[in-house]
Ligand binder design. Structure first.
Ligand SMILES: NC(=O)C1=CN([C@@H]2O[C@H](COP(=O)(O)OP(=O)(O)OC[C@H]3O[C@@H](n4cnc5c(N)ncnc54)[C@H](O)[C@@H]3O)[C@@H](O)[C@H]2O)C=CC1
Ligand SMILES: C[C@H](O)[C@@H]1OC(=O)[C@H](O)[C@@H]1O
Length: 261
């Protein structure tokens, strides 16, 4: 393989990227950024109307982009199979951004069976079975890059996040095992672990000055992240710039995960 050089290393031109949870928040931000980086896109979430809006935003940024939308609840393995099958019928998938997820913030002593199951079914089980379906396609092609989205909460303790921690820690470990098993098939599997970014998932928390103050005090860069600051890490892991990187978790966290005393 001839080594790409310079800016070409980071180009996503000619690559087709599937993004789950693309209807809002980080998934929407990555769709816009990767469209600008040259990618064609397959946008996945449950809300087709919201996805269609994101599709129009991507086309406004790059009119020659190919952007399709597919409705899927990642907790339903049959829907996941059908969604990936439909996407592959339209063309190859070069990159998966396995982003869809949620958090239900509850003190451990108050976590219900339903809350635990919802978080685990979405953030871990859903993420795995989506990766498995796309991974089979990539292994068959002997190429591909998967970017799982975990959280600093999968590495350090976040209060009220015991189910979330279990799921997101599982995503970090899942990343390593898939990278180990699929490396010989030239499929790379990495992970991005963000700290707080302002999205619909977090905006109510971040609107509380006291809570925001606690977050900033635990963050060496003394601020929360802007969703656009996740685009660079995603372009890096999606592109040939990371051709020898696999099984890695990239903390995009303003330094939070290294904050000692
Ligand atoms: N916003 C933040 O501060 C952080 C977010 N994360 C992770 O980033 C990812 C995205 O988070 P945000 O954009 O903030 O959340 P968000 O709530 O703004 O967007 C979540 C996206 O996932 C989709 N989704 C949720 N459950 C789904 C399901 N069962 N099937 C299909 N789609 C589903 C939603 O429809 C939406 O498109 C999540 O995995 C979250 O855990 C990680 C660390 C920090
Ligand atoms: C950084 C965490 O992932 C953050 O914690 C929360 O409570 C939000 O759900 C974010 O995901």
């Amino acid at each position: 393989m001839s080594a790409a050089t310079g800016a070409g290393l980071f180009s996503l031109s000619g690559k087709r990227v599937m993004i789950t949870g693309a209807s809002r928040g980080i998934g929407r931000g990555l769709a816009l950024g990767l469209a600008e980086a040259g990618a064609d896109l397959v946008l996945v979430a449950r809300d087709v109307s919201a996805l269609s809006t994101v599709r129009e935003e991507c086309l406004a940024l790059r009119s020659d982009a190919s952007v399709s939308v597919l409705s899927c609840d990642i907790r339903e393995p049959e829907q996941v199979k059908e969604t990936v099958k439909s996407a592959v019928a339209e063309g190859n998938i070069d990159v998966l951004v396995n982003n869809a997820g949620l958090n239900i913030r509850t003190p451990a002593l108050e976590v219900t069976e339903e809350q635990w199951q919802t978080v685990i079914d979405t953030d871990l089980r859903g993420a795995f079975f989506f990766a498995q379906q796309v991974g089979q396609h990539m292994v068959d092609r002997q190429q591909g890059s998967i970017i799982n989205v975990s959280s600093v909460g999968g590495h350090v303790a976040l209060r009220t996040g015991v189910a979330y921690a279990a799921a997101k820690a599982g995503v970090i470990q899942m990343t390593k095992v898939l990278a180990l098993e699929w490396g010989k098939s030239k499929v790379r599997v990495n992970c991005i672990a963000p700290w707080y970014f302002r999205t619909p998932l977090t905006e109510k928390l971040l609107d509380d000055p006291a809570y925001l103050g606690e977050i900033v005090a635990r963050t060496p860069l003394r601020r929360v992240g802007e969703v656009s600051e996740l685009v660079g890490p995603a372009v890096f892991l999606a592109s040939d710039a990371s051709s020898y990187v696999t099984g890695h978790t990239l903390f995009v966290d303003g330094g939070m995960s290294i904050y000692g005393f």
